[in-house]
Design a protein around this ligand. Structure first.
Ligand code: ATP
Length: 308
């Protein structure tokens, strides 16, 4: 019997000659929220669908609650909640009717009115699924995934397309479930979502895990902070680079936006402002920014996750 709710070892999945998952290994600990983070096409959905038992591993092994998700699907299904990226409901069924139906399949469901209220579905309970807005469908899918009180919950892009208020309701619900001991695996390409919710973040790209760690561990690697400011474009930054201790990098990646990457101390901040004074420029919007998961992704892949 496996000791971890999700264990993926050396998973390889191909579509024709395209390798979607390329030797991916991942362990999720009980009672934690794991975020699988990566750009479009990184292999997140394929990995999670394999864990859900919808795809058979072509190579490698997948164990979920100690079981084989394909061969032991019937045994696993009542214990696992699944929120797919789309679909999952009949097009003509009314929202509340769909949720009541899913609830009826479980031994001890969460009361339907409670979920309807928490996820703000009251106003659309009588609306057919196909007429719901994208955000309403998304919230209904989340309600359907959690109504059976699963031990393990898979969420594929849970807050994609949600407005800020609905996103907060979804995040609060996920946090409450985690507090109750539910293990949660979610895919996302929203850094903010991963930083807010996840105990462990697994950054994946090209079907492989590039790095795993807590948000704090990941953001404390490499350059810790950045000083950013706006000034006249094309300033000669040589004197600033020379004045800073070794290891600091000064870049003007976008004309007129300057960035100093490195461990920001009161001394380095003073060096930057002294240099500005010497140049006779007033730095606009000068800010010290923490290293974010977005920066980590950029450093690991050389690409910006938001523009994939
Ligand atoms: P997204 O964030 O866009 O959902 P993802 O990280 O979930 O992306 P996958 O959906 O797993 O990535 O896709 C991984 C790769 O496999 C992509 O290159 C995708 O085009 C390809 N792919 C996914 N499903 C299929 C399929 N059914 N047939 C062919 N190729 C597929």
């Amino acid at each position: 019997m496996s000791s971890h709710p999700v264990e993926v070892c050396d998973l390889v999945m191909r579509y024709g000659d395209r390798t979607a998952v390329d030797g991916l290994t991942l362990t999720v600990h009980a009672g934690t929220i794991a975020a699988v983070l990566g750009p479009n096409g990184a292999g997140k959905t394929t990995t999670i669908e394999t864990c859900e038992g919808y795809r058979r591993p072509q190579s490698g092994t997948v164990r979920v609650l100690g079981l084989d998700p394909v061969r032991q699907h019937r045994e696993l299904a009542p214990r696992v909640g699944v929120m797919l990226q789309s679909g999952g409901a009949w097009s003509a069924i009314r929202a509340e009717e769909m949720l009541r139906y899913v609830a009826s399949l479980h031994a001890d469901p969460v009361p339907v009115p409670l979920l309807i209220d928490r996820l703000g579905l009251d106003s659309c309970g009588r609306t057919p699924y196909r007429r719901l807005s994208g955000g309403q469908q998304q919230r209904l899918r989340l309600a359907m995934a959690v109504v059976g009180r699963p031990e393990l919950l898979f969420l594929d892009e849970p807050s994609a397309g949600l407005d800020p208020q609905s996103r907060k309701a979804a995040w609060d619900l996920v946090e409450d479930l985690a507090r109750d001991g539910v293990t949660i695996v979610m895919t996302t390409h929203y850094m903010e979502e991963a930083e807010r919710l996840a105990d462990m973040v697994h950054v994946i790209d090209h079907g492989r895990v590039l790095v795993s760690g807590t948000p704090a561990e990941l953001t404390s690697t490499g350059a810790r902070n950045t000083i950013r400011f706006h000034a006249r474009a094309g300033l000669d930054t040589t004197a600033l680079s020379d004045a800073l201790p070794p290891g600091y990098v000064v870049v003007e990646a976008i004309a007129g936006t300057y960035r100093v990457d490195g461990d920001v101390t009161p001394h380095t901040l003073a060096t930057v402002t002294s240099w500005c004074a010497a140049q006779g420029v007033m730095p606009d919007d000068l800010a010290v920014e923490k290293h974010t998961l977005e920066d980590v992704f950029l450093e690991l892949t050389g690409r910006d996750i938001r523009h994939e």
